[in-house]
Design a protein. Sequence first.
Length: 370
Amino acid sequence: MASALPAQHRTLLLEDRKDGFHVKTCPTPQPGLGNVIVRVHAAGVLSYHREVYNGGRDYPFPTPLVGGYGAIGRVAAVGPDATALKPGQLVWIDCVIHGRDDPDALFLTAIHEGYTEGSKKLIRDVWRDGTFAEYAKLPLENCIALDETRLCGSLGYSIQDLAYTCCLLVPYGGLRDINLEPGETIVVCPATGGFGGAGVLVAIAMGARVIAMGRNEKELARLKEHVLKGSPNASIETVKMTGDEMKDAATLKGFGTIDAVLDFTPPQASKSAHVRSAVWALRRGGRVSLMGFNDNPVTPIVTGRNITLKGKLMYERPDMVQFVKMLERGLFPRGKDLVDTKAFQLEDWKECLDVGAEHTGIGRHVVFTP
Ligand SMILES: NC(=O)c1ccc[n+]([C@@H]2O[C@H](COP(=O)([O-])OP(=O)(O)OC[C@H]3O[C@@H](n4cnc5c(N)ncnc54)[C@H](OP(=O)(O)O)[C@@H]3O)[C@@H](O)[C@H]2O)c1
């Protein structure tokens, strides 16, 4: 479809990890077969984005590239094979790209090139640049349409509230993957980080009882208060990690039957005993979604008790579609009290990535508003 895209747009470009980003004016991407051009309104920032781009986390990706991750934007132009997306449409932008002729050739655009020859070829040759820019080019299927009238009109979501979807969708992928049911009890650990906190909110929205584990009592108290502010009838408990595997398992068992565990353990917590405690506390036949990246062996506790351990990277397209239905029913938080977003211009990228590393935990998010 013909578009009125500007000839050029501003991007946050990483030419070399040693030099960091530069705001650079580049030719605006153009629509073509299979793609959509989106005007980015709010682009999510990860707690570890700074380390991804300075080499502190050794994530492989080609350079130069425009940084990024999930985002909220508005369709600016579509390719000739678009059948549902239209210019002007508000969309959620997914950063997980799948090869069309091999969905297992997947990677996180602008973050990690994935593990197959196909994924490395795709990020290098086609879908390299992310959402830290005024405009982004995405595969058609990576833009999930949002009902703006419902969300921003009757429900009162701001664009930045909607960008918190970048956090919420990730645990939803893991929770759907282990078939969390309403009424079940799930341990989320650690729960005080960005994705852990989002996992608590999503599990509550799915009708579960949540036991949130963390090492920081003050943050656990904030978490509980935050959940009850948004959902006064939510079943939410907190457990402080003591470092004693069996003691913490016994504390968890004190809450009765535990059906599932959601793990978001980062690498720096690999030695922490919390996942093992949670797995000890699981009922026979319980399920665990492992979403953290770490080196924390739990297999010995799993085998004898028919525990299902499932690794999960992000989510699948049906998860996104189902998530948006929940969003449009008003099941997720909105408003400044519940979604505390700090927004930055591209020029302020250094401060943005620093704040991104600190401003984490339930209901907190950092975005670029290019
Ligand atoms: N599978 C996927 O698709 C996927 C997607 C996104 C992210 N991830 C992974 O999820 C993990 C968490 O990311 P995030 O952005 O939520 O991180 P984050 O906001 O920095 O949170 C880190 C969490 O780990 C806790 N922690 C840190 N060191 C610890 C230790 N020594 N012992 C116990 N707990 C400790 C923190 O507790 P305090 O509050 O006490 O500091 C906090 O709860 C990362 O490994 C990331 O790679 C996976």
